[in-house]
Design a protein around this ligand. Structure first.
Ligand code: IMP
Ligand code: MG
Length: 182
C-alpha cells in the first residue's frame, strides 16, 4: 500500500514464516487432548486464522470481544467484555490468541477472568509484544515479535478501525493528532 504515513516494520513474509514456527512449537507443546483457542476480537482474528492453520493438530476456536482502546492510540485503562465465549472452559487447555501486548491491562484482566472458569491450563500467544510499555504483569508464552514502543497498524491492528487489512505490520507516523482515547 502506498500510504505515506505507513512504514513497513514486519513484512507479510516474515509474519507468515514466524507463524509457521509458532504453529509447530505450540503443536509440540500440546501433543494430545482438546486445545481451545480463544481469539480476542477484533485485532487477533487475522493472527488466529493463520495460526490455527499452522497448527499440526486439531484445535477448537471461539471468540471473545474485549475493548480497552477507544478511537485513539492510548489506552483508556478500562476493560470491557463486549462478547463473551459460547463455550465452557472447565478442564480444557486454553490458548488465548491476541494481536499485541502493550500495557498488559487487557490480558492481565482476561487471565483473572478466565482462570475463574477453571480451565486445565491457560497460555497466551501474542503476535506482537511491546515490553517497554508494560504496566501490569502478563506472562506471554508464545510471542511472534518483540517490537519497540511505536504505534503499529496492519495484520489486524487498527487505528480508529482503519488499516486492519494490511498484510504487513506498519508503523503509523504521528499525524500530530491529539489522543482521542475513550
Ligand atoms: P493493553 O491492554 O495495553 O496491553 O492493550 C492491548 C490492546 O491495545 C491490543 O489488543 C490492541 O487492540 C491495542 N493496541 C496496543 N498497542 C497497539 C498498537 O500499537 N496498535 C494498535 N493497537 C494497539
Ligand atoms: Mg486487541
Amino acid at each position: 500500500m502506498t500510504d505515506p504515513k505507513l512504514r513497513v516494520l514486519i513484512s507479510a513474509e516474515k509474519i507468515q514464516a514466524r507463524i509457521r514456527e509458532l504453529g509447530v512449537q505450540i503443536s509440540q507443546d500440546y501433543p494430545d487432548g482438546k486445545l481451545q483457542m480463544i481469539c480476542i476480537l477484533k485485532g487477533a482474528c487475522f493472527f488466529l486464522t493463520d495460526l490455527a492453520r499452522a497448527m499440526q493438530r486439531d484445535v477448537l476456536v471461539d471468540f471473545m470481544g474485549i475493548s480497552t482502546y477507544g478511537k485513539g492510540k492510548t489506552s483508556s485503562g478500562e476493560v470491557r467484555v463486549t462478547k463473551d465465549l459460547d463455550i465452557e472452559l472447565e478442564g480444557t487447555d486454553v490458548l488465548i490468541v491476541e494481536d499485541i501486548v502493550d500495557s498488559g491491562v487487557t490480558l492481565n484482566y482476561l487471565m483473572h477472568l478466565l482462570e475463574q472458569r477453571r480451565p486445565k491450563s491457560i497460555r497466551i500467544a501474542a503476535l506482537l509484544d511491546k515490553p517497554e510499555r508494560r504496566q501490569r504483569p502478563v506472562h506471554v508464552h508464545y510471542v511472534g515479535f518483540q517490537i519497540p514502543d511505536r504505534f503499529v497498524v496492519g495484520y489486524g491492528l487498527d487505528y480508529a478501525e482503519k488499516y486492519r487489512n494490511l498484510d504487513d505490520v506498519c508503523v503509523l507516523d504521528d499525524m500530530g493528532e491529539a489522543s482521542t482515547a475513550a
